[in-house]
Design a protein around this ligand. Structure first.
Ligand code: IPE
Ligand code: IPE
Ligand code: MG
Length: 248
């Protein structure tokens, strides 16, 4: 057996107050937040959008390089049409109202997931926001839309198989690096910390490949209540974790 590691561990180890380079959040609990207040679910989503603003600001202040937010999963199409339409409306509103400030703050905007299924005006807005901010050097804000990790992995497999069939790729040359270069998250720092709010302890088809060695954190706070201090606390807790990558 080879003594060399299959892949080098990511450069950023945890511990000793280290700030995670890449944080991802499963923003869950908007519906329950609204229900507790006898409000319609959309009120929770609206308040959730405010929590997104706070998270983006705090991530920038902390010096996090990339923040990936799960906004709409490939399974969320199972929700009632009016809720889906509310969510898409809020996304439109968020983009319109925030893009100037994001750009001015040096934020690079990016999307992951199969956005081709979204409405065409939204696709245009998302692509414009990505292009406009592509050269910024601050926080990379990644929004996962119609994202499902299994769908992402299937798309990678399909593209590798197509290239192999066309004689452009030797199957023996496929390794983790080649695979990663075709993921939606290509070029982002390795995922260090994955947070899920609302007390649920599952990944719901989010970043299954990327989470291989991420630190997982499940917090009870509902997403609309997750403020800048909550993100600071999570990052501080990450700094106290020991990451081993299979070593000692
Ligand atoms: C997360 O909140 C937002 C999305 C999934 C879009 P939920 O809408 O899932 O809220 P709960 O889980 O019903 O409380
Ligand atoms: C995961 O939350 C998806 C997003 C936060 C966008 P869900 O509320 O859809 O997950 P499940 O259905 O509880 O697993
Ligand atoms: Mg939920």
């Amino acid at each position: 057996m080879s003594s060399a590691p299959a892949r080098p561990e990511p450069a950023s180890g945890g511990g000793a107050g280290v700030v995670p380079r890449h944080v991802a959040i499963i923003m869950d609990g908007n519906g329950r937040w609204a229900k507790k207040r006898m409000l319609p679910r959309v009120a929770g989503h609206r308040k959730g959008a405010d929590a997104v603003r706070a998270a983006v600001r705090t991530a920038g202040e902390l010096g996090i390089e990339a923040l990936t937010l799960y906004a709409f999963s490939s399974e969320n199409w199972r929700r009632p049409a009016d809720e889906i339409s509310d969510l898409m409306g809020l996304l439109r509103h968020y983009l319109r109202s925030e893009i100037d400030e994001l750009d001015a703050n040096g934020v690079r905007f990016r999307i992951i997931g199969d956005h081709s299924r979204l409405e065409s005006d939204l696709v245009r807005m998302l692509e414009e926001a990505s292009e406009r901010t592509a050269h910024n050097r601050g926080l990379t804000l990644v929004i996962a839309l119609n994202y499902g990790a299994q769908d992402e992995l299937v798309r990678v497999a399909r593209s590798l198989a197509a290239d192999a069939k066309a004689g452009l790729l030797d199957p023996a040359a496929i390794d983790a690096e080649v695979f990663e270069s075709r993921l939606d998250t290509q070029g982002l720092p390795p995922l260090d910390l994955l947070i899920r709010t609302s007390g649920e302890t599952r990944l719901s088809n989010f970043l299954l490949w990327q989470a291989a060695y991420a630190e997982l954190m499940f917090v009870d706070t509902l997403w609309p209540d997750f403020n800048g201090d909550a993100l600071r606390d999570a990052v501080a807790a990450y700094g106290r974790r020991e990451r081993r990558y299979g070593g000692l």
